[in-house]
Design a protein around this ligand. Structure first.
Ligand code: IVH
Length: 680
């Protein structure tokens, strides 16, 4: 028995340490906060009952976290502690009772939103930002000052009557919309999507390249002031002051005299949080008066004067029917859970991500299990746990596939990487088709007469295996080409043929793509980590594909915003004979392989203008119009505001947009007027 208890303690300790590492260092948690807290409480209880078995450096006596290696590690002036969590009304009222017992009646609470990001401590001397540290292990953190300086809402210089030395602490996060947009861009350039805004913010702040950080939409709220002189009597007073120094302090904060009022605030925000533009995962309750905070003091890990109430994440339980494996353009294999359909936050969920082999192992998820599915900030729902009580005795452990589900090649996995890869780059159908789909996609060669279905058809007919093959296709080969399609519901199979008109359009689309600018061709050829922005940078700098091909790693990384990872990927791409052949063949087909002279600014006629392009146009595609705007020195913006110079409107521009433009007095001009404007 005692051996069993000791083993359980060891197992829990190791598992919690790993989860801490996943959360704080990798910024990739694999279990929910609630499950983490449950495990931690289980371990705490066992350690209290069997102190002899408590392991050295147990996660129960640490704040959590660790320090990442590539930043300077700096000691916090005042340790950066975390908060105790509660998940129920009962636990919250227990907290209030503890406070009452310790300091008697006559206290008030501040209720604040609990922002779901990563903690930061920023030090100002004589009003100037001198240092920003992550929490790290609570005692020392990473010096990420250069990255924090890219966040627009955080001032480099305070204003007003700030103290000569002060540290403010808060949370860095990402707005959901900005996160979605950023993720969509990542996916379309073949990069891995971030799981949610919090991971994305945490990953971003630890990036080595400041210029990359600057491009990511980070924001912050500050919620604690640490200063030598206690000029303020209360936490609320300190935050009001901090706001007057120009710091971003959230306005949705309330003072409540009793715990009942606190509970009402929590209930309100559990509903209202869905209307916020960013994620919060709970409410933080703090005793307001600084003297009372002082009297209450701290435990080893957290203040006694504050607590975090965590909201329930929306979760459903359903049966895992099977696991399938998807192979992407880069060969990465992603396990996907096929579920019995279940309702979650108003949508029917049938599939959920299982991420990779480590996650399957960690959750010990098996086909036939009843699993819990959550939908947080994630793009697709994820499985967060298994209901072990409902596990069938007959179930067997999931074994991650060894060979590619598409081409049967043995999968590889590099040490330290989570994903399995199919190395059969040149023979694995989804990789081949994926590369061609990427090549013709909107931001690349934009051949919209082709799509996934037609590419599949051409591939199956043996007409297409690299993007270069597109340029040898003939009308005769395409006309009448057919494929059989099976109706999923009826099982019926019928033959679909490519009509003359479609065949003609495809040929025309391919021909027209020869005019597409060099940077988009470069993006289209699918070099890993070369998204459209990086492609533009490379094209602008090197001017020709030959120059990029011949560039050394040092020359590549000397380009602004090109780091080691991208540089290495470019070198590797061109070191492969087959890629060189493809590029040569594309060159021979007449694609733009050098920066056109006119791609530099044609004129400055639109300089300083912020332009929204909306609707469908007659003469140009929307992308072409946007490119024209840039070539004439203008700036493309996504939504209409008072700062918009004008809206370039085509057909089908939404009535809401039109009304907004009218309301703000923003001019709306037609395609024709625009053409006149840039030509004259
Ligand atoms: S106060 C002594 N206030 O939640 C700890 N924390 O474990 C003082 N957080 O690490 C923290 N919103 O990163 C506080 N309004 C808020 C917060 C907040 C988010 C984070 C913070 C902290 C974690 C709690």
């Amino acid at each position: 028995m005692s051996q069993e208890i000791e083993n359980t303690i060891i197992r829990l300790t190791e598992s919690l340490k790993q989860h801490n590492y996943n959360y704080y260092v990798l910024a990739m948690p694999t279990i929910s906060d609630r499950e983490f807290d449950q495990k931690l409480k289980e371990l705490e209880a066992l350690e209290v009952a069997y102190p002899a078995y408590k392991q050295p450096n147990s996660p129960t006596s640490m704040v959590g976290g660790a320090v990442t290696k590539d930043f300077n590690t700096v000691q916090h002036d005042v340790p950066m502690l975390s908060l105790g969590n509660t998940y129920s009304k009962e636990e919250l009222f227990d907290f209030d009772n503890r406070i009452k017992k310790l300091i008697g009646e006559g206290y008030e609470y501040t209720c604040e939103l609990k922002f779901d990001g990563l903690a930061i401590g920023i030090k100002y001397e004589n009003g100037k930002m001198i240092r920003a540290l992550t929490r790290g292990d609570g005692v020392q953190g990473d010096d990420v000052t250069v990255n924090v300086q890219t966040i627009r809402s955080i001032p480099h210089q305070l204003i007003g009557d700030y103290p000569s030395e002060v540290e403010v602490r808060g949370e860095i996060f990402m707005h959901r919309k900005a996160f979605d947009k950023m993720n969509a861009d990542r996916v379309s350039s073949g990069e891995k999507a971030f799981a949610n805004p919090r991971n994305s913010a945490a990953g971003t702040i630890k990036m080595q390249e400041q210029s990359e950080v600057a491009k990511r939409p980070l924001d912050a709220f500050l919620y604690q002031v640490i200063g030598d002189e206690k000029e303020f009597k209360s936490h609320n007073g300190a935050l009001v002051k901090a706001k007057s120094w120009g710091l971003p302090v959230n306005g949705d904060m309330k003072i409540e005299e009793g715990i009942e009022g606190v509970w009402r605030f929590i209930e309100q925000w559990d509903v209202k949080r869905k209307t916020l533009s960013y994620d919060i995962d709970g409410i933080v309750i703090k005793v307001n008066d600084f003297n009372q905070q002082h009297d209450l003091g701290f435990t080893a890990k957290s203040p006694r004067w504050a607590i975090a109430y965590k909201f329930e994440t929306e979760r459903a339980s359903t049966v895992l029917e099977s696991i399938s494996y998807q192979v992407g353009r880069t060969g990465a294999v992603t396990p996907v859970a096929n579920l019995s359909p279940v309702q979650l936050l108003g949508t029917t969920v049938k599939r959920a991500s299982l991420h990779n082999a480590d996650v399957i192992e960690e959750l010990d998820v098996r086909v036939g299990d009843t699993v819990y599915v959550e939908k947080g900030g994630e793009i697709i729902p994820k499985i967060v746990g298994v209901n072990m009580e409902e596990r069938s005795a007959k179930s067997s452990k999931t074994v991650f596939i060894h060979s590619c589900p598409e081409c049967e090649t043995e999968l590889t996995r590099t040490d330290g990487e989570a994903a399995h890869y199919c190395p059969n780059e040149l023979g694995c159908p989804p990789q081949i088709k994926g590369r061609i789909e990427h090549f013709i996609s909107r931001k690349a060669l934009n051949i919209d007469s082709l799509g996934e279905g037609k590419i599949s058809m051409l591939y199956n007919a043996g007409l297409l295996s690299t993007p270069a093959d597109l340029f040898t296709l003939t009308f005769e080969e395409l006309n009448g080409l057919s494929k059989s399609v099976t109706n999923e519901d009826t099982g019926e199979t019928r033959l679909i043929s490519l009509r003359e008109k479609s065949a003609q359009k495809i040929i025309e689309g391919i021909e027209a793509s020869k005019e597409i600018s060099f940077d988009r061709v470069l993006y289209g050829i699918g070099i890993r980590f070369v998204g459209s922005t990086v492609a533009k940078k490379l094209a602008n700098h090197f001017k020709t594909i030959d120059a990029i091909e011949q560039a050394s790693l040092e020359e590549l990384i000397a380009v602004e915003e090109i780091g080691e990872k991208i540089g290495q990927s470019v070198v590797e791409f061109f070191s492969k004979a087959l890629n060189q052949q493809m590029v040569d063949s594309l060159k021979e087909s007449g694609l733009q392989m050098q920066q056109a002279d006119n791609e530099a600014l044609i004129s400055t006629s639109l300089e300083g203008l912020k332009i929204v392009v909306s609707g469908v146009f007659e003469k140009y595609s929307r992308n072409d119009l946007k490119a024209e705007i840039e070539k004439h020195g203008g700036q493309n913006v996504g939504s209409i505001s008072a700062k918009t110079s004008f809206v370039l409107a085509g057909d089908n521009m939404g009535p809401a947009k039109l009304a907004k433009a009218e309301k703000l007095g923003v001019k709306v001009i037609s395609e024709l007027e625009f053409i006149e404007m840039i030509n004259g």
